[in-house]
Ligand binder design. Structure first.
Ligand code: F0G
Length: 463
């Protein structure tokens, strides 16, 4: 066996595939795969602060990338294979302006802003890794199903490198214009399916298998290797001192799975002594993970989850043709592909799951905006969830919390404009049908006649 390979996540199964396999499914049981490392034959660093040696190498693209500068912690690719477009130059904001909203003191709440990536979302962290693997296996076409950000990221990587053709599957009318614009502008073949994300996810797997197209959804374990680095950057920004909590929105559950793997490996390698707790926040209209974990008590159970619980849950969804529905379209997902990996992550990091209504998500989003960072609705679920966990006392007043802002504000301006709009019709059209009743933190535009005196008067009154 090579030092790097793919291994089934079920510890009892232990099915393996070569590094080059692109089915991303266990050959024995059909389950999810991890990228696995035989660390004894590799050279992981002796301490996390060792990575600081990369800070002085900004002209080396592999040291500049916020992903690849940590490549010793996911060493599956030779340096010459790496496809980087400068992803991962993101920041951790000490969010003292937002902190009171979640009942926290200054210096305790941080926002990890992944909207700064080239395609405007955290997906670039994983895409650079998957794209590198795709290049290693000689792929010419890459496909994904998407609620918009994975497809935008794939389109950007394909167009920036001209190495592959992007084929993307989206639910018709299910992605925001900002993201659709990216897919189109960057030249992806865009297949709009009469259905939602869960339908598109199903189809893209069938099509990828039939046509031998490389799949870049988070089913692809190489994606998750890249997404581990979001946590490495958080640690880096906190000078390698882990926070008490990481709060992340949950959709297909790739991110939380990657975070759990990252922390598990850091513990195993002796690079951390303590790991943060993980909190995953679902939208209330797409709350499969919340229901299964918090209400039905589904657990990883050391690799033996009670699959009868999830089968019966999904059976009921099918029987009632129940569809995910939320203004946070990025996480409008009822059948998370990485469910089992996410359960494993929560076991490892003592996790919890909560749900947030669209009202709570949009209010939290406005608060994040007033603190200087712009995020899309799905991202704000992390703040809405953090607030709830503070109210419940699950997160303590003195704990240090990092909420992940997964995507940029300009991805979905219609939700933002509708929230702040003074026009009741716009509000109702976009938000009313989602059960949003109020825009408590709205910043309304001021309407004035085209008259100097009136304009000056309005500014004096309102500023
Ligand atoms: N936030 C944003 C902005 C997203 O785009 C997504 C997922 C998530 C959170 C949820 O992350 O799936 O790892 O739990 N978007 C996917 C897509 C599904 O197709 O772009 P997750």
């Amino acid at each position: 066996m090579d030092a790097v390979f793919q291994r089934c996540i079920d510890p009892a199964c232990n099915g393996v595939n070569d590094l080059s396999d692109t089915s991303f499914l266990c050959p024995r049981c059909g389950g999810l795969m991890d990228v696995a490392y035989d660390w004894n034959r590799l050279t992981p660093p002796k301490s996390l602060s060792w990575f600081e040696s990369k800070w002085s190498q900004r002209t080396n693209p592999l040291a500049f990338s916020g992903v690849w500068r940590f490549r010793e912690l996911f060493p599956f690719a030779p340096p010459e294979a790496v496809m980087t477009i400068g992803e991962g130059q993101t920041i951790l904001q000490q969010a003292d302006v937002v902190a009171p909203y979640v009942d926290m003191k200054p210096g305790r709440l941080f926002l990890q802003y992944e909207g700064m990536n080239p395609s405007g979302s955290f997906k670039d962290n994983g895409m650079t890794a998957a794209f590198t693997h795709a290049r290693m296996v000689g792929a010419r076409r890459a496909a994904c199903a998407s609620t918009g950000n994975t497809s935008a990221s794939l389109a950007v990587f394909c167009s920036a490198t001209a190495l592959m053709k992007a084929v993307i599957f989206i639910g018709s009318g299910k992605i925001s214009y900002g993201k659709l614009a990216q897919a189109l502008d960057h030249g992806a073949l865009t297949v709009q399916i009469a259905g939602d994300f869960d339908d598109a996810m199903q189809r893209v797997q069938e099509v990828a298998r039939k046509l031998g197209i490389y799949l870049v959804n988070s089913l692809n374990p190489f994606r998750l290797e890249g997404q581990k680095t979001i946590m490495f950057r958080v640690l880096e920004a906190l000078r390698w001192e882990p926070p008490d909590w990481i709060v992340v929105p949950g959709g297909n559950l790739g991110n939380v799975s990657a975070f759990g793997k990252a922390f598990g490996e850091l513990l195993d390698l002796g690079l951390l002594k303590r790991v943060p707790r993980l909190a995953v926040i679902n939208a209330a209209g797409a709350d499969t993970f919340y229901k299964l974990y918090e209400e039905h008590g589904l657990r990883w159970n050391q690799g033996k989850p009670d699959v009868a619980k999830s089968s019966s849950y999904f059976g009921k969804l099918d029987a009632s043709d129940s569809r995910a529905s939320t203004i946070a379209s990025a996480i409008e997902i009822n059948r998370p592909v990485s469910l089992h990996k996410a359960l494993r992550a929560l076991e490892r990091c003592n996790g919890v799951v909560r749900e947030a209504t669209d009202q709570e998500i949009l209010d939290a989003k406005a608060k994040v905006g007033s603190g200087g960072l712009g995020c899309e609705p799905a991202s704000a679920a992390s703040i809405a969830g953090c607030r709830k966990l503070r109210q419940e006392g699950v997160i303590g007043a003195d704990e240090r919390v990092v909420c992940i802002l997964t995507g940029h504000q300009l991805k979905d301006p219609s939700a933002t404009v509708a929230y702040h709009s003074a026009d009741q019709k716009t509000f109702e059209e976009v938000l009313g049908k989602r059960g949003v009743r109020r825009a408590t933190y709205a910043n309304r535009a001021v309407q004035v006649p085209n008259d100097l005196d009136e304009i000056i008067k309005a500014i004096e009154v309102y500023s």
